[in-house]
Design a protein around this ligand. Sequence first.
Ligand code: MN
Length: 261
Amino acid sequence: MNTQNLLGDLVGALASGKLKVIDLTQTLSPEFPTLELPPQFGQCEPLRVEKVSEYDDRGPLWYWNNFSCNEHTGTHFDAPIHWVTGKDLPNNSVDTLPVQELVGPALVIDCSAESAANPDFLLDVAHLERWEAAHGRIDEGSWVLMRTDWSKHSSSARYKNMDETGQHTPGPTPEAVKFLVEERGIRGFGTETIGTDAGQAHSMNPPYPAHHYLHGAGRYGLQCLTNLDLLPTRGAVIICPPLKLQRGSGSPLRVLALVAS
Ligand code: MN
């Protein structure tokens, strides 16, 4: 392959609009919903913002804020160290993972109709096999993004869809995520919901199977994505570098997709 003009071609395609940049990130605000665990567990803090100055006595020429949040607040990245199955892997935290992995191809599995009909919809192996029959084999090293259009509910109670049994939101079955990780060698799994797992995944075997299998294999998660309906089924490239937090288990981030127009 002649690589001489690769980056020049990329810059040209971006400048001409042949390549578009799509933002897959939800705006992070104090109101953005966060995961709620049963009360005996520690909780995920929402964003907090404290103004330091805004062109005033505390800083006459500048505006800036202090902020804090959980590593898993808003649109965010999950690193292998997040889960007990990945805790002893090398380079398993956001500051040590290989940066080459943070730019890569993405495939979109459209589960929007099924998720609209059933908030507890589970993506299973048969669904993945039908997808492959229509669109070709899921490539090793690709991000698999589960489109549910759940991002469109992010300002309403339907986003978490909580009742006394917890969240009711779509996600993969244990068998589906095991298949993606072990049979297809995916790079990671991304969702529009809070968590790579279904809302009721606490009662699956193993519990939280997406976390279990992905992170146990050194793979990654992306959650609270949006605009997956603007991506092609195949052909997008996503750029998703988390903050370089020392021994961080994840971080809020900006996720961008490059798409040919
Ligand atoms: Mn997370």
